[in-house]
Design a protein around this ligand. Structure first.
Ligand code: UDP
Length: 240
């Protein structure tokens, strides 16, 4: 079931359920895409009708940020919990390692996707990574062709939002893959360039604080995030 959080529909799923739904999408005929909205997405979608429409058209929309969970509580239609993009990707890769489905990694600075591929092959024995490409290209055509030629079933698209969502919508079907997942900075995590917060902090919903501590330059970007809680309170008071 999807829950409307300030105009963005989000699936009320925890990680295990999200992974099962993702695996089912891999096997379903046609092209499908997954988005991972956090508070930044919701604020951006408010001002960008195209981004909002692409988020609305996703086959699966995961509650990625703790701010989304808080907003859902304030709105009076609470989501069960988070399903982060990184955890979803890990679950999907575990399943792909068993089924033999092929994964393509797209995004991040040159060299990062290759490093991520090397680490993921080691951590998921049996996982087939059929190709990589960095996220700083000018033309979509050659990249789409490269993915198509690789025979990928799944593409992790890590170009940052809203670029990755618009890219999946525009080019996803032409890649020949059955599933694309927009995963932001995940390749930097898989490559070992960015560390995730300790598990205790993740469980306490403080991953954002750890990220701010590690990347203080994000303060400007993060400062506006509490706005979605204000928006949620206003919406609740307004009876929406
Ligand atoms: N990126 C990219 N192409 C671009 C812009 C960004 O590949 O044109 C990559 C960037 O190198 C980083 C990721 O997209 O690996 C975005 O990371 P960010 O931390 O902004 O995403 P978040 O994890 O916050 O969603």
């Amino acid at each position: 079931m999807k829950i409307d959080i300030l105009g963005v529909a989000i699936d009320n799923v925890v990680t295990e359920e999200a992974v099962s739904l993702g695996v089912a999408l891999m096997d379903k005929p046609g092209f499908h895409y997954v988005v991972t909205p956090n508070p930044e997405f919701i604020l951006a979608a408010k001002k960008d009708a195209q981004f909002s429409s692409v988020l609305g058209g996703a086959d699966l929309s995961l509650p990625d940020g703790i701010g989304v969970i808080y907003a859902s509580k304030i709105l009076g239609r609470p989501l069960k919990g988070r399903a982060t993009g990184v955890d979803f990707a890990q679950g999907l890769m575990a399943s792909m390692a068993l089924s033999g489905k092929k994964l393509f990694l797209l995004g991040a600075k040159p060299g990062v996707a290759e490093q991520a591929a090397q680490n993921l092959r080691a951590s998921h024995p049996g996982l087939i990574i059929c190709g990589t490409n960095d996220g700083y290209f000018n033309e979509d055509g050659p990249v789409v062709e490269k993915i198509k030629t690789s025979g990928a079933d799944v593409v992790f698209v890590c170009l940052g939002a809203p670029k990755q969502e618009l890219w999946m919508k525009k080019n996803g079907a032409a890649t020949g893959a059955s599933l694309a997942v927009g995963l932001g900075g995940c390749l930097d995590v898989f490559a070992g360039n960015v560390q995730r917060a300790p598990v205790a902090m993740q469980k306490a919903g403080l991953e954002w604080l750890y990220r701010l501590y590690k990347e203080p330059q994000r303060i400007g970007r993060m400062a506006k995030l509490p706005m979605i809680l204000v928006d949620a309170a206003m919406a609740r008071l307004g009876g929406k």
